[in-house]
Ligand binder design. Structure first.
Ligand SMILES: NC(=O)c1ccc[n+]([C@@H]2O[C@H](COP(=O)([O-])OP(=O)(O)OC[C@H]3O[C@@H](n4cnc5c(N)ncnc54)[C@H](OP(=O)(O)O)[C@@H]3O)[C@@H](O)[C@H]2O)c1
Length: 342
């Protein structure tokens, strides 16, 4: 069941909303190893409308139908956050690989169960953290790995925008709304990635009214490394990542959502001076779906193993608890596993 026509991985998309139709389905259509095979919506007409531009042969009026289709190799799950765990479990039980939108679940316990279910079923689970696939991210790793900025001391990550919609699930706590789970996922991912380890304790402050409209978080890692996060629905459109080392710094704007037509830059200061590195347009969504398929086929290890998504949810959970209690809280300890979570 791993190869469709021309050996392409047959994707089924669950929830043809903003990110699916605008970013990931076009990326799958352009990918070297996959195709949009099916679109599943709660509404068949919506599925058909979303399937048409991609010549997807199947349009389903329920998510179950996509999971029941034996021709489907894997799922791209783009539902609101509170449905991620439930539908990943169902997809895993149906034997489908799952590329799940961030975050993997709204609570650490759910994320644990999801990772365990995918491992038991032998399917790949990956959190769709697309910016990690961008060539700029590879360069950041190389600069830090080569010791060019010295030991990393402090990480600052911000993703904010003014949320104007009055109908989005992002406004509803029960649907996994709030700034922390939405844009805070990126900051948590970036902090863990750059640190190369898990935070020990976190503190947080939230401006809350139904949901958190803004979360400011502080992550404390071993060896005195800290990360400061800002995630907000009540501030200007802004994305930045700054990495301060003992001997230099890396900083980038538009740090997380580079679109395929965007040229991106990286500001680097080392002992030998300042430089601005420029990257030609690249589609991180396409690089992500291509890598996912290669990993699902066992051709290469996944860039983001399932445990990575679980670790991020643990930190998000800890930040939420810290904000609610007004105290710094310990992050649940991770259980180390292999690249596919086994
Ligand atoms: N990586 C990125 O760049 C990026 C960007 C934005 C969002 N995201 C993530 O992607 C996921 C979806 O975000 P989005 O902005 O695409 O949301 P969206 O436009 O609201 O789309 C979500 C889709 O889920 C389906 N759905 C099922 N139950 C629903 C419910 N109770 N309420 C609303 N929709 C429901 C809907 O499709 P049907 O009714 O047709 O089934 C809807 O179109 C989120 O987890 C978010 O964190 C990622």
């Amino acid at each position: 069941m791993m190869a469709g026509a021309n050996g392409r991985f047959r994707w089924a998309v669950l929830g043809p909303g903003f990110v699916a139709t605008r970013a990931v389905m076009p990326a799958i259509a352009r990918s070297r190893n996959g195709a949009v095979y099916a679109v599943a919506s709660r509404d068949r007409a919506r599925a058909e409308a979303a399937a048409r531009p991609f010549d997807a042969p199947r349009a389903y009026g329920s998510y179950f139908e996509a999971l029941d289709d034996p021709s489907v190799d894997g799922i791209y799950l783009a539902l609101p956050n509170h449905l991620h765990a439930e539908w990943t479990m169902r997809a895993a039980r149906a034997g489908k690989h799952v590329l799940c939108e961030k975050p993997l679940a709204t609570r650490a316990g759910e994320a644990e169960a999801v990772v365990a279910a995918c491992r038991e079923q032998g399917v790949l689970l990956m959190e769709a953290v697309m910016y990690r696939f961008h060539p700029r991210s590879r360069r950041i790793e190389a600069i830090i790995g080569a010791g060019q900025i010295g030991e990393v001391r402090s990480i600052q990550a911000a993703f904010t925008f003014p949320l104007r919609s009055t109908t989005t699930y992002r406004l509803n706590e029960e649907e996994g709304g709030g700034a922390l789970l939405d844009v805070g996922s990126y900051g948590v991912n970036a902090a863990r990635w750059i640190a190369g380890r898990e935070p020990l304790r976190v503190s947080a402050f939230q401006r809350a009214n139904g949901i958190d409209w803004r979360t400011d978080g502080l992550l404390a890692f071993s060896a005195g490394l800290t990360a400061h996060l800002v995630a907000a629905f009540d501030a200007v459109e802004h994305q930045s990542l700054t990495i301060l080392g003992a001997d230099g710094e890396i900083s980038l704007r538009h740090a997380f959502t580079a679109w395929r037509q965007d040229e991106t830059t990286l500001h680097v200061r080392t002992a030998s001076g300042d430089s601005v590195l420029t990257f030609p347009p690249a589609d991180p969504y396409q690089l992500m779906v291509e890598q996912f398929v290669a990993a699902a086929r066992g051709e290469e290890p996944p860039l983001l193993p399932p445990e990575d998504g679980l670790k991020s949810v643990r930190v998000l959970d800890a930040l939420r608890r810290a904000a609610a209690s007004g105290q710094s809280v310990a992050v649940e300890r991770e259980v180390e596993r292999g690249p596919r979570g086994d």
